[in-house]
Design a protein around this ligand. Structure first.
Ligand SMILES: NC(=O)c1ccc[n+]([C@@H]2O[C@H](COP(=O)([O-])OP(=O)(O)OC[C@H]3O[C@@H](n4cnc5c(N)ncnc54)[C@H](OP(=O)(O)O)[C@@H]3O)[C@@H](O)[C@H]2O)c1
Length: 265
């Protein structure tokens, strides 16, 4: 008789209430893993908990937290410890973008973006990494973007946050070699999620052929399990990114600006 080998590892996923994070949660639960789901929308987290616990017989904890708030990462870490849980896989996935010329955008919005896409990710990584290193085991998946390899006119701060995530992941993954802990950056192109609406990019053409959240999450999850440092979720983008150093910056910037231009509201 074939015995099913269950993956009992516990994964903490930020931004699990929608899009890529929700699919990462479904994939992990389908392998028998327990979950800690973090985002701001309690209802969405509770609905996902119910779905996963009844479908896969796993244990799911939820923690409602706005990760742009001061001490948010520490609150998440304290919740995990007070609940007697251990995080084997940390998936720093929560993030958002924002359309417009940098100079015309409200500065607070871009600072909030840096707080979520960069600061919360760094803080959570630092907190959970200590325990992972001590245990000699752990996997971290940071949702970056192919934007992290490109100039980003009309989303300059967003692209810069993702460049940070790519570089940060590359740096610490090397520092952590031989520790049993791996760090992976998932780099998708456009994906059909709530991202487009939240970023104010609706009406453009960039997401017309966007990838599915499931396919993207599956690629990231598999990359994380293999301990890859950079996981570009689509083959065509992996090829295009390799070409970037050979394209003049001005030409590349013009293409990105055109791609991100949306009709005036
Ligand atoms: N979609 C794309 O084209 C694309 C491409 C490349 C990379 N990415 C990256 O993929 C990641 C996931 O995005 P997605 O495409 O799945 O978009 P999404 O559907 O908008 O999901 C974003 C998630 O982040 C959470 N979130 C947003 N602000 C938060 C805050 N202040 N505190 C805590 N959680 C917060 C949201 O939950 P609540 O609203 O409930 O808080 C939601 O669960 C992001 O890092 C994004 O930059 C997306």
């Amino acid at each position: 008789m074939k015995t099913e080998i269950k993956n009992m590892k516990t994964a903490l996923i930020t931004g699990a209430s929608s899009g890529i994070g929700k699919e990462l949660a479904r994939i992990h639960a389908s392998k028998g893993g327990n979950l800690i789901l973090v985002a701001r929308r309690t209802d969405a987290l509770e609905a996902l908990k119910e779905e996963l616990e009844s479908t896969y017989k796993v244990q799911v904890s939820t923690f409602t937290q706005d990760l742009t708030q001061a001490h948010a990462a520490k609150k998440v870490y304290d919740f995990v410890n007070h609940s007697g849980l251990e995080v084997d896989y940390l998936m720093n996935n929560a993030g958002f973008g924002g359309h417009g010329n940098f100079v015309d955008r409200p500065l607070e919005k871009d600072l909030e973006m840096i707080q979520l896409n960069v600061t919360a990710l760094v803080e959570l990584t630092h907190l959970f990494l200590q325990d992972m290193k001590e245990r000699g085991y752990g996997k971290i998946l940071n949702t970056a973007s192919t934007a992290g390899f490109l100039p980003g006119p009309l989303q300059a701060t967003y692209f810069a946050t993702k460049a940070f995530v790519v570089s940060f992941t590359e740096g610490i993954s090397y520092e952590l070699r031989n520790t049993g802990v791996t760090v992976t950056a998932l780099c998708p192109g456009p994906v059909k999620t709530e991202f487009e609406h939240v970023a104010g990019l609706e009406g453009g053409t960039m997401f017309d052929k966007g990838a599915s959240a499931y396919k993207t999450a599956k690629s990231g999850y598999d990359g994380m399990m293999k301990g890859k440092v950079i996981q570009i979720s689509e083959f065509s983008f992996a090829f295009l990114i390799k070409m970037v150093p050979f394209v003049p910056l001005k030409m590349l910037s013009a293409v990105i600006e055109k791609m991100q231009t949306v009709p005036k509201k």
